[in-house]
Write a protein that binds this ligand. Structure first.
Ligand code: FES
Length: 165
């Protein structure tokens, strides 16, 4: 499987992590229009946007937390929950759809014991659906941490993820 992502536990931010985030946010503090970029940088560092980080961004950029939450929830590339070590993305594009994508998705949900947008309790897997991943000839496709697995079958999914949880 491809290299894992790291997700930092930030239920509370350590002073060191707060200082690190302050440095990350600093170049954008006086530019209201740079909120998206600041959030992207924070998410790159933490793997997602935990509540204390949202609060820190809001304070640094002199915005309300609800304004920052509004932006973070509007764009689907922001994550408010931790992402698993392996991000499993099932293609919902047309070619994959007609070649069994929905059935595959249901099967993987059972393999992992989670629904779309969820992460397993052990933080190993997160599951999402994505638009066409650009490999339609190999449909149906899934990606795991950006590596594409083509011509997927339910059997291959079970080989990768194991039996139903
Ligand atoms: S529709 Fe799935 S790769 Fe294009």
């Amino acid at each position: 499987m491809p290299d894992s992502k790291t997700t930092t536990d930030t239920s509370t931010l350590s002073p060191e992590l707060k200082a690190e985030l302050a440095n990350i946010i600093a170049p954008y503090r006086n530019e209201r229009g740079a909120l998206i970029t600041a959030l992207q940088k924070v998410q790159e560092r933490l793997g997602y946007l935990p509540e204390p980080a949202i609060a820190q961004v809001a304070q640094a950029m002199k915005l309300s937390e609800s304004e920052v939450y509004g932006v973070a929830t509007f764009y689907n590339f922001f994550r408010l929950k931790p992402v698993g070590k392996y991000l499993v993305s099932v293609c919902r594009g047309t070619a994959c759809h007609v070649r069994g994508g929905p059935r595959l998705l249901e099967h993987i949900k059972k393999n992992l014991g989670i629904g779309e947008g969820q992460t397993t309790a052990d933080l190993k897997y997160s599951l999402e659906t994505v638009a066409c991943v650009g490999a339609c000839a190999l449909a149906p496709n899934i990606t795991i941490n950006n590596e594409t697995f083509g011509k997927m079958t339910t059997k291959k999914a079970t080989d990768i993820f194991g039996e139903e949880r």
